[in-house]
Design a protein around this ligand. Structure first.
Ligand SMILES: *Cc1c(COP(=O)(O)O)cnc(C)c1O
Length: 386
């Protein structure tokens, strides 16, 4: 098959005139830090996900950290999470002085195996932190029921799950707190950014204060007419707030979220139909209860059927001018986690990692690009069929 001329990047954000207009307006307003745009973005986002409260922050990592702080996670505590995630999900547990306890995954979905959580609970367990891997939601009824039974909080990492649904309900208000990412490659992108959503007023109020140095409510309006220079510090908080410039991008993106998600879903459907017919390659299993946000499109190679390893497969795709990625190297296998915590062997996560590739999936690629990726995958798989 003919190789394309230009490189197809693994991921790109969507840019329309609307982002340019709102960012320019915000620049010209000369209010560049947290202000009206952040409030507008918070309102629109929490309405979108049906949550009572939202705190805009500078990353999902910050949102996760705030969520754990608001659940009073501290030294001596344990947090159960998935190894199939970005490192920051576990790093924030360490930031609170607590111990991450990794639970193995379901190899068909890449999601935390909810049936293995209970056996990891000890008197030190404080929070369960599931990850909606790839944009497919975890089995939240099961996980929340465990949380309730053992009096644990559940915080979900929804970095991939903006617009995902669980049993018809939007991800964002189904656990004690939810953390979203608006990093440049995520479904809704503000460059850097994140959001903490919750229905719990206590978590909300504490997260709001912790997100801006621990300053009390007065501080948020201190540069506005009628604001006061006086404020109190009620916690040693963090500098995690979003800026109005990022929020301008967020507002523009949430206005277009339906188009963004429809396009992702359409491309994912094309991928799934094509991959069904390719020997030796499969897609992740889709659970009935879930409406996938399609942040990632992950394929898995079956070593029993094709004689090419994952890394060589990636090299061949690069030779076809296609960008790819791997999500994720299991967090428990990184040096820091090996050196500082009791070594664990999680066979399913470790095997899963050996055979996965994330393909390009974003609205600014064309349908032609999607078919080109499929023809390339097909050509490589056919060449190495056993
Ligand atoms: C991207 C990502 C994060 C971190 O998001 P940031 O906004 O970059 O902090 C956390 N968890 C998962 C699963 C991610 O993919």
């Amino acid at each position: 098959m003919k190789k394309r001329q230009n490189f197809l990047p693994y991921a790109l954000p969507s840019l329309s005139e609307r982002e340019l207009t709102l960012v320019t307006d915000t620049l010209k307003s000369l209010w560049w830090s947290r202000g009206a745009r952040c409030e507008e973005f918070e309102t629109r986002f929490r309405e979108f996900v049906n949550a009572e409260y939202a705190v805009s922050v500078n990353s999902c990592t910050s949102a996760l950290h705030l969520a754990l702080a608001c659940c009073d996670v501290g030294a001596e505590d344990e947090v159960i999470t998935s190894p199939m995630t970005f490192c920051s999900t576990a790093n924030v547990i360490v930031h609170q002085g607590a111990t991450p306890v990794f639970c193995d995954i379901d190899s068909e979905t890449g999601l935390i195996d909810a049936d293995k959580i209970e056996e990891l609970i000890t008197p030190k367990t404080k929070v369960i932190l599931p990850v909606h891997y790839g944009g497919q939601s975890c089995d939240l009824d099961k996980i929340n029921a465990i949380g309730k039974r053992y009096n644990l909080k559940v915080v979900d990492d929804a970095a991939h799950a903006t617009a995902a649904k669980y049993k018809g309900k939007m991800i964002g208000s189904l656990c004690d707190a939810t953390a979203f990412s608006f990093y440049a490659t995520k479904n809704l992108a503000t460059g850097e950014g994140g959001m903490l959503t919750t229905n719990n007023a206590t978590i909300y109020e504490k997260a709001r204060i912790l997100s801006l140095h621990g300053m009390d409510k007065n501080a948020f309006n201190r540069y506005q007419a009628g604001g006061t220079h006086e404020y109190d510090i009620t916690y040693a908080g963090y500098k995690y707030n979003m800026s109005d410039l990022s929020a301008a991008l967020g507002v523009a993106q949430i206005e277009q979220i339906e188009y963004i998600q429809n396009t992702r879903r359409k491309y994912a459907d094309i991928y799934r139909n094509c991959i069904d017919k390719i020997e030796g390659i499969s897609c992740l299993k889709q659970e009935d209860y879930c409406e996938n946000a399609w942040h990632l499109f992950v394929i898995t190679l079956d070593p029993a059927k094709i004689s090419i390893d994952r890394n060589t497969f990636i090299e061949k795709l690069t030779a076809y001018n296609i960008g790819t990625s791997v999500h994720f190297k299991p967090v428990h296998t990184f040096t820091f986690y090996q050196e500082h915590f009791t070594a664990v062997h999680l066979p399913k996560a470790e095997d899963f990692y050996q055979n996965i590739i994330s393909l390009p999936l974003y609205p600014s690629m064309t349908e032609e690009d999607v078919y080109y990726v499929m023809e390339s995958v097909q050509a490589i798989a056919a060449r190495y069929a056993k």
